[in-house]
Design a protein around this ligand. Structure first.
Ligand code: SF4
Ligand code: SF4
Length: 281
């Protein structure tokens, strides 16, 4: 049995202050961090104690988790379990990277987002170069605000050609991009059209709830981050009975971490074994 788990614990603080984000420059208290670390440790122990499942894990924290030793250590531990195929995390890549020398590099990957205005292009590229030196697989992404288009193009030029750069397209406002801007975005990320639409998903088969689940710090299972219904708890010995094929109950799905699991989009063929870290092959 294989299972991809998107884990999101209670941690919510971030060292960056992106103006569109509710977690900008928020700080967790010492107690909250302790609680988050204990929940994370319980999750890692649970993975360890279920060796008959072949796991892939993506951490999707609300804030920035990799500045916390608890997440660095969790990734180190998970990457060395035989029954873990992949451990990946969404990060702003601001953390120190020396801890990555202790991970199993074959199984570790980063989903690294560049936030212009929060760090310099040079600093971000230096971090990417360090990942290349360490042999760690990663994707780079940017939120596609119209005003940062020249910056995204400059980043594309300076990144190694083999590094996939994805763009999260702005979708709230209809016709946010002009046709010319759309063409520029596609010039940077040929797969951005998948992210430019809210995919009609109601009634469509989606792997979530069967071979993919979302889990919070208390072990509560949802099929995905976007359908809020609780389907079970991983710490309940009978949790496997909650996993079966089912159709989406939401009207649409607009985030990569969701629609990538929709069967009819066939995006597993594009991302192959790098679905979780979002590296198009
Ligand atoms: S880096 Fe991410 S979590 Fe932090 S403020 Fe920016 S968008 Fe929010
Ligand atoms: S299509 Fe999106 S919203 Fe629907 S179940 Fe799948 S991941 Fe969740």
């Amino acid at each position: 049995m294989t299972l991809s788990v998107l884990y999101r614990g209670p941690l919510s603080g971030c060292n960056y202050s992106c103006n569109y984000c509710p977690f900008a420059k928020t700080k967790n208290t010492r107690e909250e961090l302790k609680d988050d670390a204990a929940k994370l440790n319980r999750f890692v122990n649970w993975v360890e104690n279920n060796p008959d499942i072949q796991f892939s894990i993506l951490f999707t924290p609300w804030g920035e988790a990799l500045i916390r030793q608890s997440y660095q250590q969790a990734m180190q531990r998970l990457s060395h379990f035989k029954h873990v195929s992949k451990v990946a995390i969404q990060t702003n890549l601001s953390c120190r990277l020396d801890w990555l020398s202790e991970v199993n590099k074959e199984k570790t990957a980063l989903w690294a987002t560049y936030h212009p205005g929060e760090t310099s292009r040079r600093k971000f590229l230096n971090q990417c170069a360090r990942l290349d030196e360490l042999g760690i697989s990663y994707s780079v992404g940017v939120v596609g605000f119209r005003e940062v288009l020249p910056e995204i193009e400059a980043l594309r030029k300076e990144l190694p050609a083999q590094t996939y750069l994805w763009i999260n397209a702005l979708k709230k406002e209809e016709n946010y991009y002009t046709p010319e801007e759309k063409a520029r975005l596609i010039g940077i990320d040929p797969f951005v059209p998948h992210n430019m639409v809210h995919h009609a998903s109601l009634g469509k088969p989606c792997r979530t709830g069967h071979t993919v689940i979302s889990v919070d710090g208390d072990g509560t299972m949802q099929r995905c981050h976007f359908v809020k219904e609780h389907i079970g708890n991983i710490y309940d010995p009978g949790f496997r009975s909650a996993l079966f094929p089912r159709a989406c109950t939401n009207a649409t799905c607009g985030c990569h971490i969701g629609y990538v699991h929709l069967d009819h989009l066939k995006l597993y063929e594009l991302y192959k074994d790098k679905v979780l870290e979002r590296i198009a092959q």
